[in-house]
Design a protein around this ligand. Structure first.
Ligand code: 13P
Length: 252
């Protein structure tokens, strides 16, 4: 169901000691009444997931992985399977982040396989996508986004989308300090919902949570989250400081 969600993608940051400390600080700052009706998710690196699941057990904080391999198991040195995540108690996985696409060559087709493997293992997915700066400058951003969704997700049944959160992350706004304006975010989110209506149904499109990601900070979060089709944020840099992350949670 469509919910307000703030998710922190820690990327390749925080060792075990630092991760424990950050979780402790977030837990301390989260007041029950303030998170009513909201979901708070953190995505530490693989090696810290086990500890993160244990440390968040009695809190509202949920733990996600940042990636997974599509195969069940086997000779894939350095990779992690869906079952390894669920066995730890991880319930959500981020797939398709632009850094995975650009640094590790993940394509829409590869992501379709990862999506299937995650769903087959009852993992919820935060599916990331978004255009490059050249795409936007060339006026191709809507086409690029539609193709990313189509090639990785539109083989699914509409029922599958109860386990999918979409995260629009324009690549030019990630880690650059440059955010999409709230209007640009709203325009794209509304477009995404229209695409879902066209492919599936209006009811289904209304139920899917669509997050915005890209330089969300305490001082711009409220305005971005106030837009009708923006259901929350996927936060990079600002999720690494408890005060900033808590302020962003407050803003939704
Ligand atoms: P920043 O918030 O650091 O721009 O990162 C966004 C992001 O990539 C979240 O997945």
């Amino acid at each position: 169901m469509r919910k307000n969600i703030v998710a922190g993608n820690w990327k390749m940051n925080k060792n075990l000691t630092e991760a424990k400390e950050l979780i402790k600080e977030i837990k301390k700052g989260l007041k029950k009444e303030k998170v009513k009706g909201k979901r708070v998710i953190i995505a530490p690196s693989f090696v810290n997931l086990n500890s993160a699941v244990k440390k968040t057990k009695k809190s509202v904080i949920e733990v996600a992985a940042q990636n997974m391999h599509e195969a069940k198991n086997g000779a894939f040195t350095g990779e992690v399977s869906a079952n390894m995540l669920t066995d730890l108690g991880v319930k959500t996985v981020i797939l398709g982040h632009s850094e995975r696409r650009s640094f590790f060559g993940e394509t829409n087709q590869m992501l379709a396989q990862k999506v299937d493997a995650a769903l087959a293992n009852n993992l919820e997915i935060i599916f990331c996508f978004g255009e490059q700066l050249e795409d936007r400058k060339g006026g191709k951003h809507f086409d690029v986004v539609e193709t990313q969704l189509k090639e990785s997700l539109f083989h699914l049944l509409k029922e599958n989308f109860t386990n999918i959160i979409l995260a629009y992350e324009p690549v030019w706004a990630i880690g650059t300090g440059e955010t999409a304006t709230p209007e640009q975010a709203q325009e794209m989110h509304a477009f995404i919902r229209e695409v879902l209506v066209k492919e599936y149904t209006k009811e289904m499109a209304e139920e899917v949570s669509i997050l915005y990601g890209g330089s969300v900070k305490p001082d711009n979060a409220k305005e971005i989250f106030s837009k009708q089709d923006v259901d929350g944020g996927l936060i990079g840099g600002a999720s690494l400081k408890s005060a900033d992350f808590l302020a962003i949670i407050d803003a939704i």
